[in-house]
Design a protein around this ligand. Structure first.
Ligand SMILES: Nc1ncnc2c1ncn2[C@@H]1O[C@H](COP(=O)(O)OP(=O)(O)OP(=O)(O)O)[C@@H](O)[C@H]1O
Ligand SMILES: [Mg+2]
Length: 378
């Protein structure tokens, strides 16, 4: 079957029709942008932050002439690369045939860039060859001030923003905060999946961004809305899927957006016109089988003890108190301090997720498919 027709996307964002819910989050983001409030968008990986940003852009473009710019800074290592990425994003956003593009290019040349175009893709590439770190700060500020001077309001979304905490220039947050404070026409979304670092950057009184944004934490899409979304896409494509099967998919994938999308995608791709529970479970086993070698590689990267702890947590699905006597004795895990050390290390490695549900936090396996594989294999 032609993959383009599969209504369950597992990468990027397609359009509103293939995007489930997030109505209240969208309203908040849109209201913040329209009212001069910058937002911090936080969730564990693969809940749908990036897709939500694209969905917001689509919505804002309907409302008025917003200029929306998306910058994923995950691959940047320092302030030089951040400045270059911002410059490239602006060049792509303002093609030279438009008047704003002409103005940008005129301004941009005054920054003394080395501008080239990739021979194969035709995409612009920018390098700044300054010797002083201050020149990068100045250039970053100049580009943002160029945006500030435009008639249309600008929304700049920095995705994977926690990356700035890894830069060797420890003052990057302070530099950005100082520039951002002077802007009124440019609104920001700072999105990130490393919850610990994001909270540290925005909620620690010692850091420059403290209390300067409103946080929005993205969690699961409500089951009833996701269920309706899945059913609709089957029905619209002249297929059916029963409630029991949808409920199983949502439970099996813990409503974690990417994993739910992935199972639905595979089920749809199987070409079954009316997939039932047994057929769906078979597809799920096939997904685990295909991932098996990756799971076994995880095992090689962990100590035996960490692996046993992962198995124990997978079997429980949610563990509220891994240091409790009950949990430790049931799974023969030794001392509470050893458990704590291993849990902390697995959280840092993003093998375990600290999940907050109704003000209670618990640990679960980060990768839902790994959890299901551990549950069935051990
Ligand atoms: N509301 C939604 N409805 C349907 N599919 C969605 C929705 N949100 C996200 N998705 C899909 O789920 C997948 C993961 O979403 P996305 O990449 O936006 O997550 P993320 O939180 O940005 O992840 P990461 O932290 O890894 O960057 C994507 O394929 C996306 O298309
Ligand atoms: Mg993302």
């Amino acid at each position: 079957m032609n993959r383009a027709f599969n209504p369950f996307y597992t990468v990027s964002y397609k359009s509103e029709n293939y995007f489930c819910d997030r109505k209240s989050e969208l309203k908040r983001l849109s209201s913040n942008a329209n009212n001069g409030i910058n937002t911090t968008l936080i969730s564990a990986r693969k809940y749908g932050k990036s897709a939500l940003i694209y969905r917001l852009f689509e919505e804002l473009n309907k409302q008025k002439e917003w200029i929306c710019i998306y910058i994923d800074i995950y691959s940047t290592q320092n302030i030089k690369e951040l400045t270059e990425l911002l410059a490239v994003s602006a060049i792509k956003k303002f093609p030279e045939k438009q008047s704003i593009g002409k103005r940008f290019m005129q301004f941009f040349k005054s920054l003394h860039p080395v501008l080239s175009y990739d021979a194969l893709t035709g995409q612009p590439e920018v390098r700044f060859e300054f010797t002083q770190a201050r020149d990068y700060e100045r250039t970053l500020g100049a580009i943002l001030h160029f945006l500030e001077e435009q008639k249309a309001p600008i929304l700049l979304a920095f995705d994977e923003f926690q990356q700035v905490a890894m830069y060797p220039e420890k003052n990057t947050e302070a530099i950005l905060r100082t520039i951002i404070q002077t802007l009124h026409n440019v609104q920001f979304i700072f999105s990130g999946s490393n919850q610990h670092l994001m909270i540290e950057i925005f909620n620690s009184a010692k850091r420059p961004f403290f209390s300067s944004t409103q946080s929005l934490v993205l969690s699961e899409i409500p089951a009833d809305l996701y269920s309706e979304f899945i059913r609709r896409h089957f029905v619209e494509n002249k297929r059916t899927i029963d409630t029991e099967t949808i409920d199983f998919i949502l439970e099996w994938t813990c409503n974690h957006t990417y994993y739910t999308q992935f199972v639905c995608n595979k089920l749809y791709a199987s070409n079954l016109r009316n997939p039932d529970l047994i057929e769906t479970k078979l597809i799920c086993s096939q997904i685990l089988e295909a991932e098996k070698s990756t799971f076994l590689q995880y095992r090689n990267l962990l100590t035996d003890y960490q692996w046993q702890l992962l198995i124990a947590i997978a079997k429980e699905k949610k563990v509220f108190q891994p240091q409790s006597k009950n949990f430790i004795q049931k799974h023969k895990l030794g001392g509470a301090s050893t458990v704590k050390k291993a849990v902390d290390s697995l959280v840092v490695k993003e093998m375990l997720l600290v999940h907050i549900e109704k003000d209670l936090s618990y640990y679960r396996i980060y990768d839902v498919f790994l959890m299901r594989w551990l549950q069935t294999t051990y």
